[in-house]
Design a protein around this ligand. Structure first.
Ligand SMILES: [Zn+2]
Length: 465
């Protein structure tokens, strides 16, 4: 672990305007030099190419008319007359009967493969998942769908046509276990383009959703997250992230989140767990409290708080849950809504043209220390180059105050237009120290205890009058 960093190094502005930052969790050193990064927010004036007839729902393999290009769907979220309903494990024949607002499907190419779990851990399909597979391929159309997708995957992996033709169907169907029990899933939005779009730059990003729909997106993703832990007991962490646009690593310009199960907690989590054991209040002290003292908090509601992050290689918006519980799936509906509203506000403020990674950070289930759930949105607007490689000092084109000043005016506008949920913005934020309640010591300290009425003015130190 790196030596402890003094808070005076987290964020300092030098006389010439250079801003030096150091990340209190990772030790990453970042500089912002003056005179760079003056790009305004919005769509940068790019209008794009006209969208062809029939392309609105057919532009990529995630689009709504191309449902058979993804592996068998695990669940979908549909609107009903008075709300929302999750439909699980639909047979292929029913895929086009309802309109999915969000779909949960296995990723065609897993980062961590089914083979990995099967060969390294002896993991097998649970009986419900095995039954689901049997039922899906029992129908002729379901079997054709599974074989078509597995063959497409094999072709793309370099298996030649002759080998593919010679392979027994049973082997192909066995390989399809990855589609029923694998640990790499996608949550895919319905729209590729916003409603009424005429040009291909008008993409349906997270910020283009309504705040209600964004909440459903978040909640539906958390359902999948919990399922993955329940279905495979060897999973120690599920990474949740959203890559938006090619520069941020997305294969398609079509809104989706990814969930990837791994059998480790990951290097950063292990480092953070050690820090959190040493100082259980670290996320208040070096993140949210510090951001409050330095006027970097830009949005807040009862359940979440957002600030311009420091010590990141890319300009980063950080949204913290104030909730007592560490895990996303243990949050109440109101708490989830609070977090969703701030995350949605951030995406809406930045617009759909900035490539970004949305990363979820939460306590690995087997960690013995409390950690708050938080979501980081990193703007992938620059590429590290030789200078970074040689020095391990990263140049970030927008410093935290500059980032805050880009976001705040947009949030006010969007709130006035009722395009985002009500929230406190900029100087309206309360920024009460230790507002994150994940730390039991802070909760105990702050509780208003009727057993201990305020001391009267003439009370003596021993409490007697
Ligand atoms: Zn699409």
């Amino acid at each position: 672990m790196f030596p402890e960093i003094h808070p005076s190094s987290y964020l300092q502005r030098m006389s010439d305007g250079t801003v030096k930052q150091m990340n209190p969790f990772t030790g990453t050193e970042v500089w912002t030099v003056p005179g760079r990064g003056h790009r305004p927010l919005g769509n940068h004036g790019k209008s794009g190419a006209p969208i062809g007839a029939g392309q609105h729902d057919a532009s990529c393999a995630f689009c709504a008319t191309r449902l058979l290009e993804t592996p068998p769907e695990k669940a979908r979220l549909v609107r009903t007359g008075d709300g929302w309903q999750t439909l699980k494990a639909l047979p292929v024949e029913q895929l086009f009967e309802t309109q999915a607002e969000f779909r949960r499907v296995p990723n065609l190419f897993e980062i961590v493969s089914w083979d990995y779990w099967q060969k390294n851990f002896g993991h097998e399909l649970t009986e419900p998942l095995a039954a689901r597979k049997r039922a899906y391929i029992a129908s002729e159309a379901g079997r054709r769908h599974v074989l078509a997708v597995i063959e497409a995957r094999m072709r793309l992996s370099g298996v030649d046509a002759a080998a593919l033709a010679a392979m027994p169907v049973e082997d192909k169907l066995a390989a399809a276990n990855a589609f029923f029990g694998g640990g790499h899933e996608l949550i895919i939005g319905r729209r590729h383009f916003v409603e009424g779009a005429t040009h291909d730059s008008e993409l349906a990003s997270s910020g283009a959703l309504s705040s209600d729909v964004h909440y459903q997106y978040l909640r539906f993703t958390i359902d999948a997250l919990r399922d993955i832990y329940l279905e495979n007991r060897y999973v120690r962490y599920v990474a949740v992230f959203q890559n938006w646009l090619a520069a941020a690593g997305a294969s398609f310009d079509h809104l989706h989140k990814q969930l990837v199960a791994i059998d480790e907690r990951g290097v950063y989590n292990d480092m953070e767990i050690r820090l959190a054991r040493a100082n259980p209040n670290i996320y208040n002290e070096v993140a949210v409290n510090f951001a409050g003292y330095r006027n970097l908090v830009f949005a807040e509601n009862d359940h979440a708080i957002a600030f311009a992050g420091f010590g990141h290689r890319f300009p980063t918006l950080e949204i913290y849950s104030k909730g007592e519980r560490s895990q996303p799936w243990n949050h109440t509906a109101e708490q989830l809504r609070g977090i969703s509203d701030l995350v949605h506000g951030c995406h809406a403020a930045m617009g759909s043209a900035i490539p970004c990674n949305e990363e979820w950070h939460y306590k690995p289930p087997d960690a013995d220390t409390s950690m708050p759930w938080r979501i980081l949105i990193k703007w992938r607007i620059s590429n590290p180059a030789g200078f970074e490689g040689g020095t391990r000092i990263y140049v970030n084109t927008i410093d935290p105050e500059g980032l805050r000043d880009k976001v705040v005016p947009r949030l006010y506008q969007l709130r006035d237009q009722e395009k985002i949920a009500p929230m406190r913005i900029g100087r309206e934020c309360a920024c009460v120290p230790n507002c994150l309640k994940y730390n039991p010591a802070v909760r105990r300290e702050d509780r208003d205890d009727p057993e201990f009425p305020p001391l009267s003015a003439n009370a003596r130190p021993d409490g007697s009058a």
